[in-house]
Design a protein. Structure first.
Lengths: 410, 272
């Protein structure tokens, strides 16, 4: 028997706020006189969602902001009630929905452990037994008798997470908590989650935006889109779909036109009118393909004469890791430019960057390498698998270089 | 009723922890700490005593400060439990939104918290009785029953009020006004015997007198305060004629109040 059953779950919220007294009175009058009442606009946060989860499954729930992920978790944790449909949960639930919900700033860390434990329904006896373990895990030995209001926000979350994961429930519901604390603590959290999942065979539901982490931990992933399940199944497959959808969405802007972004540096001598990537025929392209040539086209205008300018074009990830840059200084193609409008094209003969969504940066420098114009995040560059049969393998690295292999008998 | 008791037992650890938190948080950064809890009844007692020295109120042959303090003790317990109970759900909005447990834990906790302050008031009352050399009789055993009845009355208001307050915050604004009106409608500044004398014996309000008296004792607090004074200070059994109207009203309203709360509960997280 499935441990969680969600049957045609629909949740509607009314938009807008409490109406005025006059409006309420008028509506009551209309109801009494059988006239139609002006209904407030309704919003379907979840729309006819059905699925079931077996014991021991680790299910990730992904989707863009507002897709209904948190609403779904709230129903599973019995915090909200469905408008229509049914949710059956067979077993105790530990809701780690935003850990630290019950942490009170005036109480000390130790006092908060007991309070939070009680809120989560952990018997006092068990908390007492595990007190040392909780304190040790939270790395807050030194501060445990200090009021929580004096903690840093990271310390507060550490405390919350340590308490919540001690709870022995059949089902763990986790909402974005893995993105807490510093890197070391994050690592510890993930290890703890994995031990809860693998060793103790608990059923876990995780909501998050860190798709890579979810793909790693989960045995199944559900993709929500505008309150509906758009895909449910194998993690890498579903994450792949989500990733492509996200890519398609960012594709809407594949040309940069002046005015869309503010350059970080602008000496006022030139204007970048247009930036795009073009295909072999010189047409504006939406994608670039892995291990294929890529051509950038930049249209710019200068209002003073530039002697031997340098142009740098670079690609970076969405978190600003600069992957590569090319400059016209290396082949030393640096003509003097008179006042006027120019079209610059730059062809990379082979893109070694693995499929994914990246971004473009662009710099103009004068002959003494003084920055004239610089901007990052100019426009997204989507690299697709092209003639290679791979989807997205971030764990193997961002760059692929040709390699020669051979096997010989020693 | 039974369900409340069951939940009270099942979630006793949570209620205890939350009540303990409330008390700690309230007094942690206050230099005088828990002294503030007793200041309110003591101040009111002093003011009433002062007022009485001008206007003259009968006090059933008992020292007036003692009589009025014995009235203030259950009254303040009721008043504080009810007003804390009404805001208990809204003031715990972060918890309501994130973790599920039966929501009646909040009004119950508000009431349990007040028991601590009640205990301190009892100590003061005992000291005053010692000072005035009043020895409690066997009827003092009624005190726990009366306090329990006070809790039930406070909960009746808390459940309905707390649920309404989630939807309409007007409730928490209106309640203090209503409660301070009720204070003058309860035998606190003056003894109940005075009301009875004026209305029943002297028929001071003409033909309305008997009805007005019935209305007066419909207020459960009239019965509570009167019996409390009777069993503790006068060594008399409680007067059922005064208690029954209010008790019947409470018993009739409580189930509706509780059901209303339980029905509204499902939408707390969405509305709050």
């Amino acid at each position: 028997m499935p441990i969680i059953e969600v049957d045609h779950l629909t949740k509607e919220y009314q938009l807008g706020h409490l109406t005025s007294l006059k409006e309420t009175a008028l509506n009551a009058m209309r109801r009494l006189t059988f006239q139609t009442v002006q209904q407030r606009e309704r919003f379907k946060a979840l729309d006819d969602v059905s699925f079931s989860i077996e014991e021991g499954e680790v299910v990730g729930i992904i989707g863009h902001n507002g897709a209904g992920k948190s609403t779904l978790l709230k129903h599973l944790a019995n915090i909200s009630k469905p408008t229509k449909g049914k949710v059956t949960v067979r077993g105790s639930v530990a809701p780690l929905i935003e850990v630290g919900a019950g942490v009170h700033p005036e109480l000390t860390g130790r006092e908060n452990i007991f309070l939070n434990g009680a809120i989560l329904g952990i018997p006092k006896k068990i908390i007492k037994q595990k007190l040392d373990e909780i304190i040790e895990f939270s790395e807050l030995e030194q501060f445990i008798d200090t009021p929580v209001k004096k903690y840093s926000s990271g310390m507060q979350v550490k405390l919350g997470f340590s308490i919540a994961t001690t709870m022995e429930a059949d089902i763990l519901i986790v909402d974005e908590v893995l993105a807490v604390g510093d890197l070391m603590f994050q690592q510890k959290c993930i290890e703890r989650m994995e031990s809860l999942i693998k060793k103790q065979g608990r059923t876990v539901l995780i909501v998050g935006h860190n798709i890579r982490q979810l793909e790693r931990i989960c045995s199944r992933v559900i993709l929500l889109d505008h309150g509906k399940i758009s895909k449910d199944g194998n993690p890498s497959e579903v994450c792949g779909v989500f990733f492509r959808e996200a890519q398609d969405r960012t594709l809407i802007r594949h040309t940069h036109i002046e005015g869309l972004i503010t350059p970080q540096k602008d000496a006022g001598v030139l204007r970048v009118l247009q930036v795009e990537i073009v295909d072999d025929n010189g047409e504006s392209a939406k994608y670039a393909s892995f291990h294929d040539p890529l051509t950038f086209k930049v249209i710019f205008e200068i209002n003073t004469e530039l002697i031997r300018p340098e142009v740098v074009i670079g690609v970076h990830t969405s978190d600003f890791v600069h992957i590569l840059s090319v400059s016209n200084a290396l082949p030393d193609i640096r003509p003097d430019l008179k006042i006027g409008k120019y079209v610059l094209t730059c062809q990379l003969s082979d893109i070694p960057i693995r499929p994914g969504s990246y971004n473009l940066r662009l710099a103009f420098l004068d002959q003494h390498r003084n920055m004239l114009w610089y901007a990052e995040n100019i426009m997204p560059i989507n690299i697709v698998a092209g003639r290679f049969n791979i989807t997205r393998l971030p764990e193997v690295g961002l760059i692929d270089v040709p390699a020669n292999w051979s096997f010989n008998i020693h | 009723m039974l369900k409340i008791a069951v939940n009270l037992f099942k979630y006793r650890e949570l209620i205890a922890a939350l009540a303990w938190k409330n008390i700690i948080v309230r007094y942690k950064q206050a230099y005088l700490g828990i002294v503030w809890a007793v200041l309110k009844p003591v101040m009111l007692m002093l003011i009433f005593t002062l007022v009485r020295s001008f206007v003259g109120i009968e006090s059933d042959n008992l020292p007036y400060p003692l009589l009025t303090f014995a009235a203030l003790l259950p009254w303040i317990f009721f008043q504080e439990s009810a007003s804390e109970g009404v805001i208990s759900v809204t003031s715990n909005a972060p918890l309501v939104k994130k973790i599920y447990f039966p929501r009646e834990v909040f009004p119950l906790t508000a009431m349990v918290t007040k028991i601590v302050e009640l205990t301190i008031s009892f100590i003061i009352l005992a000291a005053m009785m010692f000072y005035y050399k009043i020895i409690p009789t066997i009827y003092a055993l009624w005190v726990p029953v009366i306090i329990f009845y006070t809790m039930v009355v406070a909960l009746t208001i808390s459940f309905f009020g707390a649920a309404m307050n989630v939807y309409y915050r007007d409730v928490s604004q209106a309640l203090p006004v209503a409660l301070s009106l009720l204070m003058y409608g309860s035998p606190i500044m003056y003894p109940l015997s005075l009301v009875r004398k004026t209305l029943v014996e002297e028929q001071a309000a003409g033909v309305w007198s008997n009805d007005l008296y019935s209305l007066y004792v419909l207020n459960p607090l009239a019965g509570i305060i009167d019996s409390f004074q009777k069993v503790l200070l006068k060594g008399l059994p409680p007067d059922w004629n005064v208690i029954l109207p209010g008790l019947i009203l409470t018993i009739m309203v409580l189930p509706f109040s509780y059901l209303f709360f339980k029905r509204a509960e499902s939408w707390f997280a969405d509305v709050i």
